[in-house]
Write a protein that binds this ligand. Structure first.
Ligand SMILES: Nc1ncnc2c1ncn2[C@@H]1O[C@H](COP(=O)(O)OP(=O)(O)OP(=O)(O)O)[C@@H](O)[C@H]1O
Length: 263
């Protein structure tokens, strides 16, 4: 279980996260929603250990995150971050194999190659294995990074998978597929924390939703509990109409058209 208790984080005199508390159970997908600048990536930065909270504590499987050593953590926590700048030329398969670095010393084993093969297949990048990563399109590159991140924790269903806007560059098919992969991993026991901007994808694929505004947790619950017209307006300042999908019994958010008069 991931347990985040009363964390605060600031830069200089600006508080970016205030008193955030939540849990993610084994087998659960948590979607984090919020407007631009709400603090979602900052929260990911704390969960992945890139940043340290000013106060509060993050527990992972009963132990403070700060008590883990880097090698152990790299086998049970993986992050797909929003910014993945690559300037050097690598083959696609070499990039995915980087996800296995924590698992081998000098040379990858057949097991490492098996995992890499499986995650590349799942992310639809097998055909690019020998291509120069830098020659791929933005969406293809995002899928290669996902394959790398999945390879890192593939054989550990107790692991935590952190996905910061994993579908931002993807077409509709792969948006759905990547979220379905997150769901399928959760069914195997993984904990998944996911930042998405599309409320309907959050409704479809997340067990719980955490909604942030100005660094505070405003709403937290199941899609049915938190995806309502008032909450959506509070978070995003958009008008909507929320209906229940009769087949899935999940909320579906229909947005009202926005008009801007430039006269
Ligand atoms: N080093 C910093 N110094 C000052 N402000 C910062 C710093 N890092 C982040 N911020 C601010 O903190 C706020 C939260 O940033 P964060 O990247 O977490 O937002 P976000 O919810 O992920 O937004 P987006 O949806 O645009 O990705 C923003 O207003 C951002 O400008």
């Amino acid at each position: 279980m991931l347990r985040v208790e009363k964390i605060n984080f600031g830069v200089k005199d600006r508080k970016l996260l205030k008193d955030i508390t939540f849990q993610v159970r084994k087998g659960e997908v948590l979607a984090v929603l919020g407007a631009n600048g709400a603090g979602k990536s900052t929260l990911m930065g704390l969960l992945c250990g890139e940043k340290k909270p000013d106060s509060g504590q993050i527990y992972f499987n009963g132990k403070p995150l700060s008590d883990y050593d880097a090698v152990t953590l790299s086998k049970c926590r993986a992050l797909l971050s929003q910014q993945q700048q690559m300037t050097l030329s690598f083959k696609v398969e070499e990039i995915v194999l980087m996800g296995r670095y924590p698992h081998y010393k000098n040379n990858p084993s057949t097991e490492d190659y098996r995992v890499v093969g499986e995650t590349m297949e799942l992310c639809g990048v097998t055909a690019f294995a020998d291509r120069d990563f830098l020659s791929l399109s933005g969406g293809e590159q995002q899928r290669v990074h996902l394959a790398r991140v999945l390879a890192q924790i593939w054989d550990n269903p107790d692991a935590l998978l952190l996905l910061d806007e994993p579908i931002s560059a993807l077409d509709l098919h792969y948006q759905q597929k990547v979220l379905a992969i997150a769901r399928a991993l959760a069914r195997k026991g993984f904990m998944v924390v996911l930042i998405v901007h599309d409320v309907n994808f959050a409704a479809m694929y997340a067990d719980r939703i955490l909604m942030l505004k100005h660094g505070r947790k405003l709403f937290h619950g199941t899609p049915v509990e938190v995806l309502a017209q008032k909450e959506i307006y509070t978070i995003f300042s958009v008008e909507s109409n929320v209906i229940m999908n009769p087949r899935t019994l999940k909320p579906y958010v229909q947005l009202e058209e926005m008009e801007i008069d430039l006269e």
